[in-house]
Design a protein around this ligand. Structure first.
Ligand code: C2E
Ligand code: CA
Ligand code: CA
Length: 571
């Protein structure tokens, strides 16, 4: 049963029910009130009760005598107060005894008028004031509460959450966002009544837990609820109990709810920002049929902010040459001694504030927003210029491979740009090798294969980067135009852990043999890995075992001798 909300028209004459068994009293009061109100009468509690049940919708106030036959005033007060429906009708008690006044106020009367009746203006004013107060209160409730769930609405939730912060500044608080998975489907499949039952069940369960743990909740819209609650660390155990409570209260089984929690809110943030964080945690829950709860990850926000900043600053960084190309040597290990045969160009960002930033951080960001093309272009030009400079100044020819991003591959000007770079730097295409990651092939293989074929016919050589991580089917592999396979570092890292892992690498070597292409193993860090790879017939090795990526000037000595550091040669 719902609490009645009365929103009144200012000018309407309010209905007053006078309940008194003495006709003379009824007449006196009627006289006093009738110019301002529509007055109705009942001569005992029973009559009054019947009238109230019939007319409560239009009734603004009850003036109630206490001592009456059948149902007396106290009994009527008790009935009214015990009923959600009639509780909001204000009652003024008509009495001549002090004790009864106190008792009736305790039982829910809003005021009393002492008998005998004197000063009609005062009586009229008291009745008016009580009606006004009750109407204001009811209006407030109507606005304050969501009519379906009776939880606060958003505005009041915000208001009270801020009050909570103000009055309990030291209390650590959690912000929660709760959402029903596939709520529209609940509505469509089972009807809106079931949907409403579910929402009411959630609200009831929130109230149940909040009563125990002092907190606030609101339904902000549709199937989304916010909760602001004193910090706790037992959500894992609380959540299943909460779900059971919702099932009990809604009468529904297998409900699916997700909750995001932003723990220990930073109170410097606005409520919207806190809610936003909880909402992000909430949307990180997988939208399955299962209920789930997720915590907001503070580290993630820092990562996101850093990402935003880096993207924002990238253009300037390019202009100010904060990016540098380093080169990691690749050693051919087919012969007795490893020979420094080529290098991979790897970008470095020397950020004025954050220092050296790993490409693992900014490359994925740039790939998302398209900046990667500009950056790669810069690296290709720079690498080609460097290869040419080494040729001219040191008289050595060192082919360098550059990374070509998936985004670059579908740029219609790619071929033209690469050919331009070769030409401007007086190189032949086989001096600038192209590394394309395996996963790019699986994305859109036929279009990619066409482009790669074109580049190969221009004389470029293609290395398939990160081989083994991109889920190429073996079937597809045979038709892929590649010149070199570069094993994914993950396999090398694990290869000496056990025999199985080692066999995986052997299998990939076999695949390369079938495809008739040489193999590069990258990420080689130990003598053990190097030895095993050499035994398996691996052709080229790149890794910290021989050298980290280095700035060009540090590479020059190695370039002149073409040999690896002495300690790495004689095993
Ligand atoms: P990648 O193309 O697979 O490059 C190899 C990465 O492995 C490099 O990391 C390299 O420094 C690292 N590495 C080499 N040997 C070892 C080793 O022995 N142990 C370990 N732990 N790591 C080793 P880096 O330079 O941080 O680059 C990471 C990724 O960023 C690259 O992976 C590549 O995907 C991307 N990247 C780097 N430079 C560029 C670029 O100019 N353009 C594009 N599109 N991507 C780039
Ligand atoms: Ca690479
Ligand atoms: Ca790689």
């Amino acid at each position: 049963m719902e609490t009645v909300t009365r929103i009144e028209n200012e000018n309407r004459k309010r209905h007053v029910l006078v309940v008194d068994d003495e006709i003379i009293n009824r007449m006196i009061l009627g006289n006093i009130l009738q110019s301002e109100f529509d007055v109705f009468y009942a001569s005992d509690g029973e009559e009054a009760w019947a009238f109230i049940q019939r007319e409560y919708d239009h009734l603004s106030i009850i003036l109630l005598d206490l001592l009456m036959p059948k149902i007396d005033g106290f009994e009527l007060l008790k009935r009214l107060n015990g009923s959600k429906k009639y509780k909001s009708i204000p009652v003024i008690v008509l009495t001549s005894e002090k004790d009864a006044e106190i008792k009736s106020l305790q039982m829910g009367a809003v005021d009393f008028i002492p008998k005998p009746y004197e000063m009609p203006e005062v009586i009229c004013a008291r009745v008016k004031r009580s009606i006004k107060l009750a109407e204001e209160n009811s209006l407030l409730n109507a606005v304050k509460n969501d009519s379906l769930t009776k939880l606060y609405n958003k505005e009041f939730f915000y208001q009270y959450a801020l009050d909570q912060d103000r009055f309990h500044a030291d209390q650590e608080m959690d912000m929660l966002v709760l959402n029903v998975n596939r709520f529209h489907i609940v509505n469509e499949l089972y009807g809106h009544k079931t949907g409403d039952d579910l929402l009411r069940g959630i609200a009831e369960s929130l109230r149940f837990f909040l009563r125990k743990n002092s907190g606030l909740a609101c339904r902000c819209y549709s199937d989304t609820f916010y909760v602001y609650i004193a910090h706790r660390s037992d959500y894992d155990t609380l959540f299943p109990r909460f779900l059971a409570e919702v099932e009990k209260n809604s009468g529904l089984k297998d409900i699916s709810i997700r909750i995001g929690v932003y723990e220990n809110c930073d109170k410097q943030l606005t409520l919207d920002q806190r809610i936003d964080r909880a909402a992000r945690a909430c949307s990180s829950c997988r939208k399955t049929y299962k209920s789930s709860i997720a915590m907001f990850d503070n580290a993630q926000i820092e990562k996101d902010l850093l990402g935003e900043k880096l993207i924002h600053e990238s253009e300037r960084a390019l202009r100010e040459k904060q990016f540098q190309v380093h080169y990691q040597p690749k050693f051919n290990i087919e012969g007795e001694v490893p020979v420094f045969s080529s290098a991979e160009a790897l970008i470095r960002w020397n950020h004025p504030e954050f220092g050296r930033i790993s490409p693992g951080v900014f490359i994925p960001l740039f790939e998302e927003n398209g900046l990667i093309q500009k950056l790669d272009n810069y690296v290709w030009n720079e690498a080609a210029r460097q290869v040419n400079q080494w040729k001219k100044e040191l008289g050595v020819r060192l082919p360098v491979s550059v990374n070509v991003s998936r985004v670059d591959m579908f740029d219609p000007k790619l071929e033209e740009e690469l050919l331009g770079i070769i030409e401007r730097n007086e190189l032949s295409p086989d001096e600038l090798l192209l590394e394309i990651t395996e996963s790019a092939y699986s994305d859109n293989s036929s279009a990619l294969i066409e482009i790669v074929n074109k580049l190969r016919s221009d004389g470029f050589r293609i290395e398939m980067d990160d081989f083994g991580s991109g889920y190429s089917s073996l079937n597809m592999l045979s038709s892929m135009p590649i010149d070199i396979l570069k094993l994914d570092m993950g396999f090398i890292r694990k290869m000496c852990d056990n025999e199985k892992n080692k066999q995986m690498v052997e299998i990939m070597m076999e695949i390369a043999k079938v495809l008739d292409v040489p193999v590069i193993a990258e990420g080689v860090e130990t003598a053990e890995q190097y030895g095993a790879l050499k035994d398996m017939g691996c052709n080229v090795i790149q890794g910290y075992y021989f050298s980290k990526p280095l700035p060009p000037e540090e590479l020059e000595e190695m370039l002149l001798t073409r040999t690896a550091p002495a300690s790495r040669i004689n095993l």
